[in-house]
Design a binder for this molecule. Structure first.
Ligand code: NDP
Ligand code: AKG
Length: 450
C-alpha cells in the first residue's frame, strides 16, 4: 500500500521540518496497514488524508515584561487537531524546545490516546517556547496572563479544554484560569488540573503517573507476573515521574532512579520520595541536591554517557518507566535495557522511545506499553474533572481512583484484544493505534465530510 509513503511525502512538503510529527504519523500509518486490508472503506473516505491535517492551528505572539522592565516575546500555539469524539482536549507545554512541529506531534498522539480512554474527548495540544526555568513568580504570572489574552477566544468548556504538560503545573494553570475569568467573567471548566479548592479534581495531579503504573500492572498480570518486588527505572523528576514513583512504592515495587535535564540519580535503596517532592515541587531545584541528604546515592551528570545513550537506562532492573520527554530512549538504550533484564516498559511520557527502540522492544516481545495507551490516565482524569465541573460536584479520591483503574484496565484490554485480532498478540503498539484510530475514523464517517 503506497499510502504511508505518499502521505509522509506530502506532509514533508506541506509542513517542512516537523520531524517529531512525521515520526508519530509514520508509526500510526504503518500500524494501520492490516486494518485497511480488512476494512478498505476507511481509504475510500480519505480518512488518512483528513486525520493527519489539524482542523485548526492557532499561532500567536506572546509579549510580556520581565522583572528588569524589558519586553520579551515568545511564540504561542494551540493545535485543535480532531473533534470527532468531543471537544479538543490536551495539555499546554512551556519549554524552550517547543516548535509548531512539537505541538503537532503531541496533538496527533492525543487524538488516539483520548479515543482509547472511551471518554468523549477530541485531540488538541498547545504551548510556547517560553522557558519557565529561573523565572520569578511575577514573570511566570505575566507570561501566563499574556498567553491567555489570545488563547481565551479559542477555548471553552465544550469547545477546547487545555491542561498542563512539561513546564505547566498547578501554578501556571492558576494564573491562566484567573486571566480567563477576568476576560470572560465566566467561572467554568475551561482548564483542567485546577487547584482542589477552585474546581480541580482530586487525583488529577497523580493520575498520569498512577495510570502508567496501573498499565504496567495490567501488562504483567496478563503474562502471569506481578509488579510487586520489581526494581524499576524511572526517568524525569516532574509530575509524571514523581507520581509514578509514589504508586510503585504503594504496589510494593522499588524505584531506584529519577532524572532531570542536568543528570540522573541512582539510589539503590530506593528513591527518597519526600526529598524528591521537596526538591522538585517546592524548591524547583536541581537533582544534584539529592546527594546532600543521600551521599551514598550516585549522581551522573547528563552528557557523561556516550552520544547515543542515557545513564538512567544503563542500570540493572526489571521494569522501566520513561517519564521525561520525547525520544529520550534511544536504540542503544533499548538494547542496554534488554541486556540488563528489563521485561516491562510503561511509557509515562509522550513518544519517549525512538522508532528503532520501539522496534527492538517489539521484536523482543517484552511487555511494552506505548505512551498513547500507558499515559492516558492523565487526560482521562482531566475528563473526570470536566464531568465534575459541569455537574458542580467534587468526587472523593476513592471514586476517582477506582475510575482511573478501570479506565486503564479497559485501555489495556482494548489494545491487547485488537493486537490479538490482527494476529500479533504481544504488539500493544499495533493494538493501541488500530483501536484508537477505528473509533475516531468511524465517528468521522458518521459525521460526513467536514
Ligand atoms: N502532566 C501530565 O499529566 C502528562 C504528561 N505527559 C508527558 O509526560 C512527560 C513529562 O511531563 P510532566 O511530568 O508533566 O512534565 P514536568 O515539567 O513536570 O517534568 C518534566 C521532567 O522531564 C525532564 N525533562 C524535560 N525535558 C527534558 C529534556 N529535553 N531532556 C531531559 N529531561 C527533560 C525535566 O527536567 P528539568 O526539570 O531539568 O527540565 C523534568 O524532570 C512529557 O512527555 C509529557 O508530555 C503525558 C501525559 C500526561
Ligand atoms: O489532561 C489533559 O487534558 C492532557 C494531558 C496531556 O497533555 C497528555 O495526555 O499528553
Amino acid at each position: 500500500m503506497p499510502y504511508v509513503h505518499d502521505t509522509l511525502e506530502r506532509l514533508r512538503k506541506s509542513s517542512p521540518a516537523q520531524t517529531e510529527f512525521y515520526q508519530a504519523a509514520e508509526e500510526v500509518l504503518e500500524c494501520l496497514r492490516p486494518l485497511f486490508l480488512q476494512s478498505p472503506h476507511y481509504l475510500d473516505h480519505s480518512i488518512i488524508e483528513r486525520i493527519v491535517e489539524p482542523e485548526r492551528q492557532i499561532m500567536f505572539r506572546v509579549c510580556w515584561t520581565d522583572d528588569a522592565g524589558k519586553v520579551q516575546v515568545n511564540k504561542g500555539y494551540r493545535v485543535q487537531f480532531n473533534s470527532a469524539l468531543g471537544p479538543y482536549k490536551g495539555g499546554l507545554r512551556f519549554h524552550p524546545s517547543v516548535t509548531s512541529g512539537t505541538i503537532k506531534f503531541l496533538g496527533f498522539e492525543q487524538i488516539f490516546k483520548n479515543a482509547l480512554t472511551g471518554l468523549p474527548i477530541g485531540g488538541g495540544k498547545g504551548g510556547s517556547d517560553f522557558n519557565p526555568k529561573g523565572k520569578s513568580d511575577g514573570e511566570i504570572m505575566r507570561f501566563c496572563q499574556s498567553f491567555m489574552n489570545e488563547l481565551y477566544r479559542h477555548i471553552g468548556p465544550t469547545t477546547d479544554v487545555p491542561a498542563g504538560d512539561i513546564g505547566v503545573g498547578a501554578r501556571e494553570i492558576g494564573y491562566m484560569y484567573g486571566q480567563y475569568k477576568r476576560l470572560t467573567s465566566r467561572y467554568e471548566g475551561v482548564l483542567t488540573g485546577k487547584g482542589l479548592n477552585w474546581g480541580g479534581s482530586i487525583g488529577r495531579k497523580e493520575a498520569t503517573g498512577y495510570g502508567a503504573v496501573y498499565f504496567a500492572q495490567n501488562m504483567l498480570e496478563a503474562r502471569g507476573e506481578e509488579l510487586e518486588g520489581k526494581t524499576c527505572l524511572v526517568s524525569g523528576a516532574g509530575n509524571v515521574a514523581i507520581y509514578t514513583i509514589e504508586k510503585l512504592y504503594e504496589l510494593g515495587a522499588k524505584p531506584v532512579t529519577c532524572s532531570d535535564s542536568r543528570g540522573t540519580v541512582h539510589d539503590a535503596r530506593g528513591i527518597d520520595l519526600d526529598l524528591l517532592k521537596e526538591l522538585k515541587e517546592v524548591k524547583r531545584a536541581s537533582l544534584e541536591e539529592y546527594l546532600a541528604t543521600h551521599p551514598e546515592a550516585r549522581y551522573i551528570p547528563a552528557g557523561d554517557y556516550p552520544e547515543d545513550g542515557h545513564a538512567v537506562w544503563r542500570i540493572k532492573a526489571d521494569a522501566a518507566f520513561p517519564s521525561a520527554t520525547q525520544n529520550e530512549l534511544t536504540v542503544a538504550d533499548a538494547q542496554a535495557l534488554l541486556d540488563n533484564g528489563v521485561t516491562c516498559i510503561s511509557e509515562g511520557a509522550n513518544m519517549p522511545s525512538t522508532a528503532d527502540a520501539v522496534d527492538l522492544f517489539l521484536q523482543a516481545k517484552i511487555a511494552y506499553g506505548p505512551g498513547k495507551a500507558a499515559n492516558a490516565g492523565g487526560v482521562a482524569t482531566s475528563q473526570l474533572e470536566m464531568a465534575q465541573n459541569s455537574s458542580m460536584e467534587q468526587w472523593p479520591l476513592e471514586k476517582v481512583d477506582a475510575k482511573l483503574k478501570e479506565i486503564m484496565a479497559n485501555i489495556h484490554k482494548q489494545c491487547a484484544d485488537t493486537a490479538e485480532e490482527f494476529g500479533e498478540p504481544t504488539n500493544l503498539v499495533l493494538g493501541a493505534n488500530i483501536a484508537g484510530f477505528r473509533k475516531v475514523a468511524d465517528a468521522m464517517i458518521d459525521q460526513g465530510v467536514v
